[in-house]
Design a protein around this ligand. Sequence first.
Ligand SMILES: *Cc1c(COP(=O)(O)O)cnc(C)c1O
Length: 359
Amino acid sequence: MRAYNFCAGPAALPTAVLEKAQAELLNWQGKGLSIMEMSHRSKDYVAVAEKAEADLRKLMNIPENYKVLFLQGGASLQFSAIPLNLLGKNSKADYIHTGIWSEKALKEAQRYGDINVIEAGIQIDGKLAISEQAKWNLSNDAAYVHYADNETIGGIQFAGIPETDKPLVSDFSSSILSAPLDVSKFGLIYAGAQKNIGPAGLTLVIVRDDLLDQAKPEIPSILKYSAQAKNDSMVNTPSTYAWYLSGLVFEWLLENGGVEAVHKTNLEKANLLYGYIDSSDLYANPIAKQNRSIMNVPFTLADEALDKLFLQEAEAHHLLNLAGHRSVGGMRASIYNAVPLEGVQTLVSFMDDFVQRHG
Ligand SMILES: *Cc1c(COP(=O)(O)O)cnc(C)c1O
């Protein structure tokens, strides 16, 4: 049997997608070879790549004046490449700091530019929250404003999209495709695929046309958005299998009602889990309600000494990868698109049973 996998990343993939990939692994569409063994420039592969892009455009309703790039190097390479691509002549940008990933991104940007860091994490009644935008000291001359929509480790998420007349650049690694999104509000959206899309090795960048051509001259061409756009993300060999498999995930989403349908289930999953945590004396979540992530749910046990037992028993119940990030401890359930409602129902029953026996 397949267990329920709550890993933060690389994360669960839909079983139906893996079955399809398995069925065509050795002999893709009767061509006598695996898609993995095909040239990225072959007609067959290019069609797969283009279909994946077309399906993603459909799912996210991406406007015509945005390019979609299928790159490598993960979100970390993107937040390193963004300053080189977008800082422009005055080399100034605003970075909103809400957790570990937005901090890593701003540290990379500080290597190249004059970075205005907005400390947006606040405490409300002992819970962590994101401050209102009216409290932020945004600059008038920033080339862009960067934030991480969902902090995967802290489990803290923006309740809406920040308002700015500057290009808005956002890390959506752990929240892309989890809820409907107005792409036209952004200058650039990036996401490593291994959370809510497909396998590790692929990174999506959705970038508005007018931002393509502002790169610093010393930028490596492989990191340059205009070069990648001009070459359909094939300046060099792309991550062909991850691109193909992500395409299967996009098809799966479209067949299952698209982003709106998956969002509805995601809310059901998150409400069930947070509702149970709130109703219990043994479990707690550290985030203020309005900023709770719908994808990553960190929680602690009232008695830390029970952590190890909790994880052992969970695994015996086929509930995998519930340990919190090594930097924060505790537990974390990542409930991405591919984790079904039954997975969260099973987790909540297990948590309740655990309380009965050890609470
Ligand atoms: C996982 C993650 C990253 C890092 O992704 P890599 O692909 O490993 O570089 C960055 N930002 C967020 C929000 C993440 O969840």
